[in-house]
Design a protein around this ligand. Structure first.
Ligand code: PRT
Ligand code: ZN
Length: 287
């Protein structure tokens, strides 16, 4: 085994911290506890972890201080660094949106002409405005963007939204989506062959965990005369498993269903005669 390690940058604290560390754990990577949490490493995977502010992660990965990183696409695209996106991670979902005072009519992107826009995303907002041939006055502020119209600092805001309740509580309404975002895994563009091999191992584990989360293991009892209909509804990885039950004339059918089709399929299976349906989470899924 070579002594090469992969260095990953993740958020030190904040909205991406829990999901980022949970993902590593689900990949079977145990992290040593470090009190000040600036840096730690794993004893069972050649990984070093740097805990950083999310805004700094793209730069550190571009410079090669970290080899890979987990960061929101919103931050990644705003910072516009030379790194590659390898994988969407499915958490930290939000959107960068334009919001205006609730009592105002919205007249499309052109109505932003000449307005003062408060945002922490000046690069993405100016790109959006340029694409719409609009000239506006961007005020960069680093936090509490949503209060800017209320205190007369701006007419409009461009901020991250997830549930929308922050905008609502500040008398604003969302009128345009500039960007949809989620956490992504990024990589430095000059990794060595050995580092790329480690990255592939990690990526394989991440994809295995992601697939498992998107699928459920389903077990059900089916009268034999209805087996054919039930089986025709099931995708399975190859085909469903069918086992005889102790009571004659019945079988137990096992299969894997994706989250996307789950509820529709369950309804159809019940109608087709399946009973006692059990749904079990899958921990890992290797295809
Ligand atoms: O300290 P550091 O710089 O690392 O953290 P930070 O304060 O800059 O970022 P943090 O922890 O707030 O967010 C990290 C990342 O989480 C963001 O870059 C996004 O990729 C992602 N994310 C997902 C969000 C949200 N959802 C979110 N709702 N980031 C921020 N918000 C804020 C938003 O700015 C607004 O104030 O939540 C409020 C709106 O939420 P709703 O639910 O009321 O709409
Ligand atoms: Zn930040």
């Amino acid at each position: 085994m070579s002594a090469v390690k992969l260095k990953i940058a993740i958020q030190k604290s904040g909205r991406l911290y829990e999901d980022s560390t949970a993902l590593l754990k689900e990949c079977g990577i145990d992290l040593r506890n470090v009190k000040d949490r600036l840096k730690t490493e794993s004893d069972n995977f050649p990984l070093e972890v740097f805990f950083l502010r999310d805004d700094d992660i793209p730069q550190y990965v571009e410079d090669g201080v970290a080899d890979i990183g987990i960061v929101g696409e919103n931050v990644l695209l705003e910072k516009n660094k030379k790194v590659s996106t390898i994988e969407k991670l499915g958490f930290g979902k939000c959107r960068l949106s334009i919001a205006i005072p609730r009592n105002q009519e919205y007249g499309g992107a052109e109505s932003l002409e000449g307005k003062r826009i408060a945002t922490s995303y000046p690069f993405l907002v100016s790109q959006y405005l340029a694409n719409h041939n609009v000239t506006a006055d961007i005020h960069e502020i680093s936090g509490s963007v949503e209060i800017a119209p209320g205190i007369g600092l701006a007419d409009v805001v461009a901020d991250l939204v997830s549930s929308g309740s922050t905008l609502f509580m500040n008398g604003l309404k969302e009128v345009e989506t500039i960007l949809k975002s989620e956490a992504v895994l990024i990589q430095n563009n000059q990794l060595s062959e050995e580092q790329l091999q480690l990255l592939n191992t990690l990526l394989f584990r991440i994809r295995t965990v992601k697939k498992a989360k998107k699928n459920k293991y389903v077990l059900m009892n089916v009268p034999n005369e209805k087996l054919e209909t039930v089986v025709s509804l099931l995708p399975g990885m190859r085909s469903p498993t069918i086992l005889p039950l102790a009571s004659t004339g019945w079988s137990s059918v096992h299969s894997v269903l994706s989250e996307a089709e789950f509820w529709d399929k369950i309804e159809q299976l019940k109608e087709a005669g399946a009973e006692g349906i059990l749904v079990v989470p899958i921990e890992k899924m290797v295809l």
